[in-house]
Design a protein around this ligand. Structure first.
Ligand SMILES: *[C@@H]1O[C@H](CO)[C@@H](O)[C@H](O)[C@H]1NC(C)=O
Ligand SMILES: *[C@@H]1O[C@H](CO)[C@@H](O)[C@H](O)[C@H]1NC(C)=O
Ligand SMILES: *[C@@H]1O[C@H](CO)[C@@H](O)[C@H](O)[C@H]1NC(C)=O
Ligand SMILES: *[C@@H]1O[C@H](CO)[C@@H](O)[C@H](O)[C@H]1NC(C)=O
Ligand SMILES: *[C@@H]1O[C@H](CO)[C@@H](O)[C@H](O)[C@H]1NC(C)=O
Ligand SMILES: *[C@@H]1O[C@H](CO)[C@@H](O)[C@H](O)[C@H]1NC(C)=O
Ligand SMILES: *[C@@H]1O[C@H](CO)[C@@H](O)[C@H](O)[C@H]1NC(C)=O
Ligand SMILES: *[C@@H]1O[C@H](CO)[C@@H](O)[C@H](O)[C@H]1NC(C)=O
Ligand SMILES: *[C@@H]1O[C@H](CO)[C@@H](O)[C@H](O)[C@H]1NC(C)=O
Length: 581
């Protein structure tokens, strides 16, 4: 009889174990609110709402038993048996994207990115009154990662099977079973997933413990809690020990768990080892961990990488973090000016040209291959790193140029593009209406994904969609997942950028200047040509060159670039899952 009583007590205690949520709650306003300019000032009300919506998106992605404070009324409790196959409770956490799998590797990247952002630009969350929701989002995610870290050397890296999940298109009450739990462990290691999760725990421990890097930034969001910070640090240390010391040695995690390679195969683990060691060096005031991180940089030749920053590759963030820490604590023995040089070589390649990325005609930073699917992600991640790096730049001209370049990318995503579409759901009347999200669509027949129902049932406020193609064309089609899917990691850089703009920008986000109907008058004719659709590939609007590059064979571009690195290049082409289309 008294077990339920204990549960009730625990539940109510948990509800107070965090920054109290506002009453009444913050709720997104309908899209028309994004078409009226706000009165200029700091904080700017439009940037504050955007920050709120970006966080609200993560609430819509929740799995498990939803708390009484749930704001997304059209969501239900779901996947309540997760973990039963391994006799554990793995309920909770977040669904990865438009489907219902839970993926630890991209989730931990997302959480790391958000915690790092909220350490540097955290006062933006405070000013926008969004810190309680930031705390809520982080705890929902981290508490699940704690469950997934079931023993010192055991980490669950995925729940649910990719194929089963992708064959399902429907709401959250009929998610197909079984949902197997996949793990890495001492004998079947995953160096990247263990170290990447350690990095997330360490970055968030720094935030919860108020361990700031520098006074050049606004300082952390006000959610400090020493007990929670200590718990997070303990998990970070254990996972780092697992990553470096597993008796099975070092391996990419899909080597141990082939299932995870279908959507999120990793290209290497040197970057995760380095970033975990760095965040941990700061968390534990350890110069030897800082030196260890510098050792990984050398050992894995990370300096030769000039590609994108994302869930798979954290390398471009490393020189920034090395420089931040070297500057903050010279006793670690880091040379800030050396790391500045490394960081600026990379950023100059983006801003002044010479790197592998280039700008589309409409101004989007684009990497052939990586940007062919979710084109906004490389651009927004670059903008996020550039913005963070501005106070560390060696010259005034770089400070200006990096800042301005980052702004062009943010403005592009927010509607300053040839489609006149802000690529965030529910931000403005010109926002995408058909995000690829099974739960928001209201549909339940995958054969009629685009037409049933004609209008998406629920507005997935705050979801950053994949983005346009290299010709700046955006097709607002539900089945076109490279352009319209939403995902945990897509929102992460935009959150940090929005927090920074709340702090710093008196002017509205670009979209308030867009007239209703602007996208309708610009939207492209015909069909797309990408990894989901080939119907548009023969269209008159594409040159022969375009046909080849846009690729009828997904993964080909990636394969060409990475062929030396082996078989995983094929599977590293992400989210192939909806290739049904
Ligand atoms: C700090 O976090 C811990 C762990 O979640 C919680 O038990 C405690 O109540 C929190 N303290 C405050 C003051 O919020
Ligand atoms: C959107 O909200 C405004 C008030 O902010 C209201 O006037 C309008 O009717 C709403 N539109 C829809 C479609 O709900
Ligand atoms: C949640 O359940 C309600 C019925 O209680 C249903 O109308 C709604 O569509 C469900 N939500 C999802 C995402 O399936
Ligand atoms: C360790 O992980 C591998 C790969 O997921 C799995 O096959 C094996 O059963 C796990 N070992 C234990 C003891 O659970
Ligand atoms: C788990 O790691 C901690 C150190 O963080 C250690 O004290 C403990 O003994 C380890 N447990 C096992 C079972 O190895
Ligand atoms: C970090 O360690 C150094 C010695 O290595 C010590 O002088 C310094 O006070 C420590 N800083 C903190 C914040 O503990
Ligand atoms: C840092 O490295 C530069 C060369 O890149 C060197 O000139 C400088 O003396 C070094 N600074 C320190 C403090 O070692
Ligand atoms: C799903 O749609 C297809 C194509 O329109 C149709 O043939 C099929 O009967 C539908 N299935 C259900 C269960 O309604
Ligand atoms: C915002 O930050 C940039 C870069 O540090 C600076 O140039 C600009 O003056 C700031 N704007 C405001 C309004 O603080």
């Amino acid at each position: 009889m008294w077990t339920p009583l204990v549960l009730v007590l625990v539940t109510s205690w948990r509800a107070f174990a965090q920054v109290p949520l506002p009453e009444p709650p913050f709720l997104p306003q309908n899209a028309s609110a994004g078409a009226s300019p706000s009165s200029a000032g700091i904080p700017n009300a439009q940037w504050s709402s955007l920050l709120g919506n970006l966080l609200y998106f993560y609430e819509a992605q929740r799995s498990g038993k939803l708390p009484s404070t749930n704001r997304v009324k059209w969501r239900n409790d779901s996947a309540l048996t997760d973990g039963q196959d391994v006799k554990l409770d793995l309920t909770g956490g977040l669904y990865d994207a438009g489907d219902y799998i839970k993926c630890t590797f991209p989730l931990s990247f997302t959480v790391m990115s958000i915690c790092w952002g909220a350490t540097d630009f955290g006062k933006g969350y405070d000013l926008a009154n969004q810190t309680p929701y930031l705390d809520d989002m982080l705890r929902w995610s981290l508490d699940w990662l704690i469950k997934a870290h079931a023993a010192n050397n055991t980490l669950f890296v995925q729940v649910a099977n990719e194929e089963v999940d992708n064959a399902y298109w429907g709401g959250d009450r009929n998610i197909p079973l079984p949902r197997p739990s996949y793990q890495i462990n001492d004998t079947s290691p995953g160096t990247d997933a263990a170290a990447g999760t350690a990095a997330a725990f360490a970055a968030c421990s720094n935030l919860y413990a108020n361990r700031i890097f520098s006074n050049s930034y606004s300082g952390p969001a006000t959610l400090q809690n020493a007990t929670y910070a200590a718990t997070l640090l303990e998990h970070a240390q254990q996972l780092f020990t697992f990553a470096t010391g597993a008796s099975g040695g070092h391996a990419v995690y899909q080597h141990s768990v082939p299932e995870v390679g279908k959507a999120y195969a990793s290209s290497g683990y040197g970057d995760e080892l380095a970033i975990a060691a760095l965040f941990l060096s700061w968390a534990t005031n350890s110069s030897s961990l800082y030196q260890q991180a510098q050792g990984y940089w050398q050992q894995y030749s990370l300096g030769s990488y000039d590609g994108v920053f994302n869930w798979d590759n954290k390398t471009p963030g490393l020189p920034v973090l090395f420089a931040q820490i070297a500057q903050a604590n010279p006793s670690f023995g880091g040379n800030a000016s050396t790391w500045q040089t490394v960081a600026e070589k990379y950023f100059d390649g983006i801003v002044y040209g010479g790197g592998p990325g280039y700008q589309t005609r409409g101004g989007l930073l684009y990497y052939n291959g990586d940007s062919d699917d979710a084109s906004l992600n490389p651009s927004l991640n670059a903008a996020m790193l550039l913005t963070r790096y501005v106070p560390l730049a060696s010259t005034q001209s770089r400070r200006n140029d990096y800042w301005n370049y980052a702004k062009t990318q943010v403005n592009y995503a927010l509607g300053n593009n040839p489609m006149q579409a802000p690529y965030i759901v529910g931000a403005n009347p010109n926002s995408p209406q058909n995000p690829h999200s099974a739960m928001a669509s209201g549909g339940n027949n995958i054969s009629q994904i685009n037409t049933s129902p004609p209008q998406e049932a629920y507005v997935l406020y705050g979801g950053v969609v994949g983005g346009p193609d290299k010709y700046d064309r955006f097709f607002d089609i539900r089945a076109d997942w490279p352009e319209t899917e939403i995902a945990l990691d897509y929102n992460a850089p935009m959150l940090t950028l929005a927090a920074m703009h709340v702090l710093n920008d008196t002017a509205d986000p670009f979209y308030t200047s867009l007239k209703a109907g602007a996208y309708d008058s610009k939207k492209p004719q015909g069909m797309p040509c990408d990894a989901a659709y080939t119907d548009g590939c023969g269209g008159p609007q594409l040159s022969q060159g375009g046909k080849i590059v846009l690729g009828v064979i997904p993964g080909l571009t990636g394969l060409a670039i990475f062929s030396l690195l082996g078989w995983w290049a094929m599977v590293s082409f992400r989210r192939e899952h909806d290739l049904l289309y």
